[in-house]
Design a protein around this ligand. Sequence first.
Ligand SMILES: [Fe+2]
Ligand SMILES: [Fe+2]
Length: 454
Amino acid sequence: MHPPSRPARPTPNKTPAAAGLLLTPLGPVLTLCLCLFSASAVYAQAHFQELKPSPQPIHVRVQFKNNPANEAVVSWTTTRATSENKLYLSTDPKRGRLEEYPVHFASQHTFPFTLRDEEKKAGMHAWSHNVFLNDLKPATFYYLTVVSDGAASEEFHFKTAPDDERDIRILMVGDSRTPRRGRIDRENERRQVNALMAGLLETHPDIVAMLHGGDYTNHARWGEFYWWLKDHSETSTTSENRLLPVIPARGNHDVNPELLEYFWWPDRVRDFYYTSNLSGTTTLLVLNTEISRGGDQRQWLEEQLAKLRPLKRWLLVMQHQPNYPSARSYEAMAPIREAWVPLFERYGVDAVYESHDHTLKRTHPVYQGQINQERGLIYFGDGGGGVPQRRAGRDRWYLAVNERYHHVHLAKITGEEIHIQAISLDGQIVDDFKITLDRRALYLREQKELDSNQ
Ligand SMILES: [Fe+2]
Ligand SMILES: [Fe+2]
C-alpha cells in the first residue's frame, strides 16, 4: 500500500476588512451580509468551473448493481453534445487500437446533466453517456476505450465479481463530501481517501468494488458532483488504469433527483434499495434511509432476507443513517432501528455498514438492545470518506470503537470469516475485527426446531 502524502491544510479565505463600518449601528447587519457574500463567493469559486466545450471523454467510471459478476454500467462525461458515443470492449488489452476490439456498444442513454441557474451561468454544461453491459463473464478483466465524436479516452480496465465461493475483498467508504466552505483544496481529504483506496486496490487485486454509504457531496447537484466524479476518476483509479467499481447507497445529502443521473442504471428508481451479489457466498442488501423505512421497503427487505438467508453464507447490509449512531442522538435513530433491526436479528444478518455520523465507529455485538457476545450483530462505519470528522461519543453503552479519523474499511470475506480493518489516511490500521458466527446454520437449525414444534 502506498498511502498518499498529507499536504498542508489550505489557508481559509479571509472576509474583506470592514472594521470601520462594523462600529456603526448597522454593524451586525453588514457583518452578516459580508459573511453571506463571502461564503457564497467562496462556494461559487470552489464548485463552479466553466467547462470548455469538448467531446473528450472524462469521468470514465464503472458501477455495479444487482449482479456484479455479469452486469455493469460504464459511464463517461463530455462537455459538449456529441452524436456518436461508443464503448469498445475486450477481455485483453488493446491499448486503444479501436479496430482490434472485438465488440463495441453505442451509449444507450445520453443526456445533458441537469444544471441550476448559477451552474448554467458559469458554463458548466456537460453530457452523460452510459452503456449497460449485461452479458459479462464472472471474475474477468475487461479492457475498454470510450469514444465520443472521434475523441477517445485512454484504455481503462475493470474486473467483474466472481460467482463462486472464492475469497473476495471489498472496500467501504461513506460521506465523501468536502468541507462545507467548498472545494478549495486540490488535495482535499476526499482525494486522499480515494488515493488510499487506489493503493489498496493495487495491493489487493481481489477487491470487487467500493461500497459507498451515501453523502457524496453537499447537495448532489452538478456544481458539486462534477468534482466528485473528477476526484473519483482521477484518484480512485490505479496507476495501471484499473477502475474501482462503485456500489452506491443514498444519503440525506443525496435526495435531489439528479443523483439518478450520476448513478444511472436502466431500471433505477428513486427508491434506491437493492441487493448486490458480491460473490457466490455473499450478498449485500443496500437500504435507503431517506424514504419510508416501513411499507414497501420493509416488506421487500423481509422477503429478500427470507429468500437469501438459507442460500448465502454471508448477508451484509449497507445503509446511510445508522441504527446505532456514534455522534448523533441514539433516540433520534429509533424509527430506523425499530423498523429494520428486528428483521436483521430474526434472519441473521452478519454485519451492518452505516455512515452519516462522520466518525470511525464499531459497536459491540448487539442483540435485542443489549451487548451479546454470542449472537450480537456489529454495526460499523460511520462515514470517513472526506467530510470533516465529528467529536466522538465514546461513553455510549454500545460503542466499542469511536474515533475521529478519515478512513476506509477493507473487508476480506472467506468461507470461515469476514475480517474487517479500518485504515486511516496514513495507512495505519485503526480498527481490526472478525465476524465468524455461522448465522445461516443457526437460522436453519432454529427454523427446523420451529417447524418440529408446530
Ligand atoms: Fe454526511
Ligand atoms: Fe448523512
